[in-house]
Design a protein around this ligand. Sequence first.
Ligand SMILES: [Zn+2]
Length: 344
Amino acid sequence: MQTRRIFLKTLLGLGASLLPWSVFPARMGEFLKSELGHPPAILQLPETEIKVKGETTESLKRTAMDDIIALTAPEMQGRKAGSVGEAKAAEYLTSQLSLLGLKPMGTPEAGFAQAFTIYPVIETKVNGRLTFRPGQSKDLRIPSANILGGLMGENEHEMILISAHYDHLGVFEGHVYPGANDNASGVGCILDVIRQILSEGKTPKRSIVIAFWSAEEMGFVGSQAFVNSPPFPLRQIKAVLNADTVGNGSKGDFALWGDGENIAVKAIQQAAGQYGATAPITPPGGHNSDSVSFASAGIPAVTLMTRDWLDKNHTPEDTPAILKPEQIHLASEIIYQALHSLAF
Ligand SMILES: [Zn+2]
């Protein structure tokens, strides 16, 4: 096993969530504090050199279930945005994108990470589901980060974005909320798509950006921070394919959030048809996912999920045991085909 040394500037922003304020060198602490309240933040921490074990060929052989097991491990603590668990998940994703040889697409100083800040939140239960509502203080802000990598195509200025949120709800009343379906399944699905494309070794016509959002559970905060302050011009994004909670239900029984006329929805529905799957548009009914941040900016966007996505959703029972690997694989095939039609 080869040990590759890479500079993980990723932990920019995340370093702040790993350590209490008091242990920061005074100068850095002052800088961080001055940046808070002005999201998205550019948090300049020193370069953190960490060792990532493995090599590209090895990481190409990984599967969505490998990613899901990693992201739901006890040390990830339910991946609440702004927590140590989120930082560990971000580190895992950064190492995967790096080993796959993708281009860091975060803020220039930050490598794969795009740092932003979140307001404090309060846990609340609605119909047995744990969710967040805004906390009292509007002053204190907590660092969080999206993780972004790119596969450059012949045209570097036209991009198709494939994405999934990697955060979840954390720990509440002594229970870990592992978020295996919501949304480790979507993250594994998107990693499978890019692994398949890289295995084929073909250069796409348009560039492909892989985005893992954080703070989705707090109201699409990560994807909104991206739209508010994109690391490249937003108009370069031609379509967004987002996966959220794709691992349960009857095989091929999917649903979509998006508007019926957009090219992202059409590409997914056409691909689903090729695999004998169904993916009708459903009314959000008070729910939604990160595609909404792009839709409101006028970019064609869609979220793919299973029709039974609410089953065990936002409960401690959302573990890898409830997942169906063949359903996640099918979701990957559909997104792969849709991406193929849009980017190749
Ligand atoms: Zn959720």
